[in-house]
Design a protein around this ligand. Structure first.
Ligand code: ZN
Length: 498
């Protein structure tokens, strides 16, 4: 493998203007497959969810899954597309071992949804990403290469094929070329996929898990000299499987293509593979042209003609778009754009919203989810939503803190106990005796002892050096095993020494 020459990113940006484009494949979360009744559960025993239709056995006939059509229309409407009154499936002919029919049922010149857009916030401005088409097709099976060190076909002793995935409905969302993002191109690519993922999640059409392959991206990148009217030749980097990789793939292609163009070469139109471990891309096959696939209308299926009333019903039932919801919550919660982005990125937006709905203040809900709970999730290598604590429980803890019954330190102990399965916050507080010492006489006694034990510090505070009070507060907190309200303790000490 030759090592590519690269031009440092900032230098490349001085001379070249990137245009990006994204093709995203989304596995729909329908219960059954696109053209048969096989179930689609992820992770089942290989080849246990197959039938003559999805194995492409002779004589079997496909039937379109109505729910998949509805999901695709939902996606198209949410992305401001026109929904075709009449469209057809097409056969895309190519050979691949994990594609049992040796053709894929897809859509070609008559997609279900066309000509939409999705707004994406990129570093403080809005980039309107044009959507070329949203079409429906079927997924392929999965090859497993056995015996090699890398799990790739090179060096493998043999390969196995699992057809459970073959025939799962797949939506392909293709953007128009996105010019004008300049040095933000890699970030814009990542943020588009992020926005798309959030939108799809809100539509309940897919579980959009990049790590399980239910959301997969191909990233197109081209470079043209600054000021040039024509766009450059694009490469297509396949199956980029995390948000971070989307950004890295564009960045690498820009640095690589700039070096090719600097040397007077031409960028080849080809597919490339992204390598997660190195952040680089390598050449794959040269890109097929549409005619190589011998597309023709699928003769085994009738055309799809969604009635206008049905489309309008689907439109009327669309949920609030994530961008509008974020803007509304941001105003209601009085947060900055950066705070809101941090919540989204941490996957905490819904959790905070539910915690607020359960009675916590937005500031407190945010503090616990982005602070202690994010830290614990990170330690565990798990997602916030997978932690064993509910928004209602977090709201209750924050209520106890607000009422002075817990301080932050005790609240953290309550969280630990709830996560350990010891029950609801109130049960934990009772069982572990975790409550702030609010008994005035006990506190006063501890304050007097702290003053008696630290005469020098007490003297300084008496002279008016209020900032010196810290060690006295510390002594009282220690004496009460952290179960006092520090602010209250400070107040008592200062009153005693005034
Ligand atoms: Zn089947």
């Amino acid at each position: 493998m030759t090592t590519d020459t690269l031009v440092p990113y900032s230098e490349a940006m001085e001379r070249y203007e990137p245009v990006i484009g994204l093709e995203t494949h989304v596995e729909l979360g329908t219960r059954t497959k696109m053209f048969c009744g096989c179930v689609t559960t992820f992770g089942a025993e290989p080849n246990s969810q197959v039938c003559p239709v999805c194995l492409g056995l002779p004589g079997s006939l496909p039937v379109v899954n109505r729910m998949a059509i509805e999901y695709t229309i939902r996606i198209g409407l949410a992305m401001n597309c026109t929904i075709a009154e009449w469209c057809r499936f097409a056969r895309k002919n190519y050979f691949y071992p994990d594609m049992p029919k040796n053709f894929q049922i897809s859509q070609y010149d008559e997609p279900l949804c066309t000509d939409g857009w999705l707004d994406v916030g990129v570093n403080g401005r809005t980039v309107r990403v044009g959507i070329e088409r949203v079409h429906l097709e079927e997924d392929t099976g999965k090859s497993l290469h056995v015996g090699g060190a890398t799990g790739r076909i090179h060096g493998a002793e043999y390969s196995l094929v699992d057809y459970n995935r073959a025939g799962i409905p797949l939506v392909e969302i293709v953007t128009k070329p996105i010019p004008g993002t300049g040095a933000d191109a890699p970030v814009a690519a990542r943020l588009y996929v992020t926005e798309l993922r959030d939108l799809l999640r809100s539509l309940h059409v897919s579980d959009v898990r990049m790590e399980e392959g239910s959301l997969r991206c191909d990233v197109n990148t081209s470079l043209a000299p600054r000021g040039s009217a024509a766009w450059g030749t694009r490469t297509e980097t396949k199956n980029v499987n995390s948000l971070r990789s989307v950004e890295r793939a564009v960045l690498f292609e820009i640095e690589r293509q700039a070096a090719v163009l600097d040397a007077g070469g031409r960028v080849k139109q080809e597919t490339r593979h992204f390598h997660e471990n190195t952040g680089t891309t390598t050449a794959g096959r040269s890109k097929e042209e549409a005619q190589d696939y011998r597309y023709f209308p699928e003769p085994d299926l009738v055309p799809v003609a969604p009635p206008a009333e049905w489309v309008e019903q689907i439109r009327a039932a669309l949920p609030e778009p994530p961008s509008a919801r974020r803007a509304r919550l941001r105003a209601e919660w009085d947060l900055s754009e950066a705070d809101m982005t941090a919540l989204s990125n941490a996957g905490a937006l819904d959790l905070v919203a539910e915690t607020v709905a359960a009675g916590a203040s937005p500031a407190d809900a945010r503090k616990w989810w982005l602070g202690e709970l994010a830290r614990l999730a990170n330690e565990d290598g798990t997602e916030l939503s997978a932690l064993g604590i509910t928004p209602a429980q977090v709201a209750r803890i924050s209520e106890l803190v607000a009422a002075g019954a817990l301080n932050d330190k005790l609240a953290r102990q309550v969280i630990d106990a709830v996560l350990a399965g010891e029950g609801d916050p109130d049960e934990v507080v009772k069982a572990r005796g975790l409550a702030v010492v609010s008994d005035e006489s006990a506190l006063t006694k501890a304050v007097d002892e702290a003053i008696a034990d630290n005469p020098d510090i007490a003297a300084r505070v008496r002279e008016g050096r209020v900032a010196a009070v810290g060690p006295l507060v510390g002594a009282v907190m220690k004496a009460t095993r952290g179960q006092a309200d520090a602010a209250r303790v400070r107040e008592l000490i200062l009153r005693r020494l005034s």
